[in-house]
Design a protein around this ligand. Structure first.
Ligand code: ADP
Ligand code: MG
Length: 723
């Protein structure tokens, strides 16, 4: 007999086990049983043949209509042509030199046929299909009858492992399986009226009724949500149990002096989040908080206050940004906001002041040495940087807080790399670029406490967005350029965003993949800028911005733009996140259909940051009614980033929804869909929480504890693989 961890070789024999290993990556009985059917075919309900498309890989249920073997002309051998039908349409199957099959492919027999639909003389056919006939009573062989029931499971199949072979193996495995222990606590099972684990698996693989499959699926989907939430809750508890240096807010320090110089009133939301963070920092355990906020909601200032609170206790804070442009901007903003307070160690610096240091990959060797020295000596209270902060040689005197800006660019791995730089685990504040729906946040960042900033600062002017269909309304594009001239005439500035750097570059190659489009005539920064300069924007001060510029060039340009010495910045998406120039009021996005919904929302967040209204024009060649146009209309119709991120995520595959983080657990999510299954995830979270609240060590639930350990181990293994 077998258990879930039994190797398949011991149940199915060498060859089959090998085939399953290469075919579907299954090593153990459990791996195999977790290979769930995609759908079911009903015995007797034949597949609609007219709906098959050429080139599709199909598994169909059909009936043999005719079978005829004839010799090949002028050659040795024979050809067997079998025609199958669904009662209306017909499809021909051809076999070479397999005349013997004529005997079993008798007229009237039903079977499953699998292969790639080809065209021959304009007719669809399956060449050399795999097939499995359904026992029709006349058959008495069948040591196992994988088609015992009315419902025939259809598995995601590969050519080596057709669906029914998987079904056969699963039938064997289920037959050999001993009683299995169920990790789901009994009271939860009862409360939700779930079948046992064994019954759920049987129901899914061999349903007598479709309701068996549904119940099995419901339970197993719940299991995924429950185990993941349990994992995150346990991790959160473990983090909370760690010791960290408490950093209680101190009166009369840098923070107080800084508050006096703030040129605006903090929003209610900012105050709430600040209170949460100050409370976290005062604990002798590390903070792990996610701050997600609408674009422009003022996350930076919240982070800066937290950093100053830590500096006031004699510690250091590191701010990690995803791009060089953003790291440089943060450095400049923080330096200028701090003014005298950030000139620690210099003549005439304010009492108790600190020093801000920038560390990026492009520093010269001596400059880097100097910066590293400032960090390791503790002279620098605030260290701002890119990935360079993660390098081996980077050391801090007393790292008390890590702030990670625009987290969607960073994985769990980076969080961990930085944490290892402190003697005690530092406090961690993660900020997201894109607001994400609550259940996605719970799934991706479920081990963090979450704060949300929905409100924008008072007096912030709204951003109006319009879609400009360039092919239908070329006049509107002209109008866009004159709008830019008007804004500049009023002393404002503009962004023009294009998807490419040069005509043939692929600065957004990742998006070709996302949208399945490939085109060579996309607007490029290097073509567009001179064209505008010589034409509609003549006389304005234009500058280029893109990822291939040197870091000095990028920095000089951004500083000049920030100071208003450039009217129009023609840029790729390097300015997508974080860039903050309140005097910029208009943005024109070329080939806007090339960008994702959340990306466009981020991009337009660059305008309307001051008190003058923002205008965003999305120029596109996409056809009316196309999905690209619908996406753009969605962006134009709302300014609610949470709503837009939902639109965005709904169009992605599940793996992309969860992103790079949680990679280890992701492979355990087969049935769960974070957007669709919101209620279930909420329920599972509450259930998992009550299990841990009542029995933190899971002493009453040894199977559950064991299952969790396996998950944790898999996650760790995945982490190492990627390292
Ligand atoms: P994001 O949340 O997108 O990172 P930022 O932190 O860059 O937003 O803030 C956007 C702009 O709003 C900045 O210019 C910042 O100085 C300003 N700001 C932040 N908080 C307030 C406030 N309470 N009142 C007015 N302006 C604010
Ligand atoms: Mg920001």
């Amino acid at each position: 007999m077998a258990s879930l961890v039994t190797k398949l070789v011991n149940v199915l024999g060498d060859r089959t086990a090998k085939a399953l290993e290469t075919g579907i990556g299954a090593h153990t009985v459990e791996d195999l049983l977790r290979h769930y059917p995609r759908r079911y075919m009903v015995r007797g309900e034949l597949t609609d043949i007219s709906a098959l498309n050429a080139d599709d890989e199909v598994t169909i249920l059909a009936e043999v209509f005719s079978a005829k073997s004839r010799p090949l002309q002028g050659k040795k051998g024979s050809i067997l042509e079998v025609v199958v039908t669904d009662g209306n349409g017909k499809l021909s199957l051809t076999f070479f030199n397999q005349a013997w099959r004529e005997k079993e492919l008798r007229v009237g027999r039903q079977g499953l046929f699998a292969g790639k639909v080809g065209l021959f003389n304009g007719k669809r056919q399956l060449a050399h299909p795999d097939y499995e006939l359904i026992p029709d009573g006349a058959d008495v062989d069948g040591a196992i009858d994988e088609f015992a029931g009315k419902y025939l499971p259809v598995y995601p199949a590969t050519s080596k492992m057709p669906s029914w072979k998987v079904a056969q193996c699963i039938a064997l495995a289920l037959g050999a399986l001993d009683e299995i222990s169920d990790y789901l606590p009994e009271q939860i099972r009862k409360e939700h009226n779930f079948p046992s684990l064994r019954d759920a698996l049987i129901g899914l693989h061999q349903p007598k009724e479709l309701s068996d499959a549904e119940r099995g699926r419901a339970r197993l989907t719940y299991d995924e949500a429950f185990l993941l939430q349990l994992l995150l809750i346990v991790r959160k508890a473990e983090l909370r149990a760690l010791k960290a240096t408490a950093r209680p807010t101190r009166q009369g320090g840098l923070l107080d002096q800084f508050d006096l110089t703030l040129p605006f009133e903090l929003t209610g939301g900012q105050k709430d989040v600040i209170a949460e963070i100050e409370n976290d920092l005062a604990q002798p355990h590390p903070m792990h908080r996610l701050l997600q906020g609408e674009v422009g909601s003022g996350k930076t200032i919240v982070a800066l206050r937290a950093m100053l609170a830590v500096v006031d206790t004699g510690g250091q804070a590191a701010l990690l940004a995803p791009t060089e442009v953003l790291a440089q901007q943060h450095y400049r903003t923080i330096s200028s906001m701090l003014g005298n307070l950030g000139h620690g160690g210099m003549l005439g610096s304010a009492e108790g002041s600190t020093q801000v240091t920038l560390i990026t990959g492009s520093l010269s060797a001596p400059a880097r040495r100097e910066a590293h020295m400032q960090a390791s000596s503790g002279e620098a209270g605030i260290v701002v940087g890119t990935h360079a902060l993660l390098s081996e040689s980077m050391a801090f005197a007393d790292l008390g807080l890590i702030v990670i800006d625009e987290q969607h660019r960073f994985g769990v791995e980076q969080r961990d790399a930085l944490k290892s730089k402190a003697e005690f685990p530092p406090h961690v504040l993660v900020m997201t670029a894109t607001p994400i729906p609550r259940t996605v946040a719970m799934t991706v960042f479920g081990d963090l406490d979450i704060s949300t900033l929905r409100e924008l600062p008072l007096g912030r002017a709204p951003i109006t967005t319009h879609v400009i269909p360039a092919l239908e309304k070329p006049m509107y594009v002209e109008r866009a350029w004159s709008r830019i001239r008007e804004e500049v005439a009023q002393g404002h500035q503009a962004y023009i965003v294009a998807p490419r750097i040069t005509a043939d570059s692929t600065s957004n190659a990742d998006m070709d993949f996302l949208f399945g489009v490939k085109s060579n005539d996309l607007t490029s920064v290097e073509e567009l800028a001179p064209r505008l300069h010589a034409g509609p924007l003549a006389g304005l001060r234009l500058a280029l911005m893109h990822g291939q510029l040197s870091n000095e060039e990028k920095e000089t340009t951004m500083i000049a733009f920030g100071k208003g010495q450039i009217d129009v910045l023609v840029s790729t998406t390097v300015i997508e996140v974080g860039v903050d120039v309140p005097n910029a009021t208009i943005m024109v996005v070329m080939d806007a259909d090339r960008f994702g919904v959340s990306q466009l929302h981020q991009l337009r967040g660059r305008v309307g940051r001051g008190t003058s209204p923002g205008l965003c024009l999305l120029v596109t060649n996409a056809e009316p009614e196309s999905s690209a146009r619908i996406r753009l209309d969605a962006v134009a119709s709302t300014q609610d980033g949470f709503e837009l991120s939902r639109v965005d995520l709904e169009q992605r595959r599940e793996g992309d929804v969860l992103g790079a983080s949680q990679s280890g657990t992701k492979s355990h999510l087969r049935l769960l869909r974070v957007l669709r299954d919101e209620k279930l995830i909420d329920q599972a979270r509450a259930d998992a929480q009550s299990v841990i609240d009542s029995d933190p060590q899971m002493i009453q639930y040894p199977e559950l504890a064991g299952t969790l350990r396996v998950l944790q181990r898999d996650e760790a293994a995945e982490f190492i693989d990627k390292g």
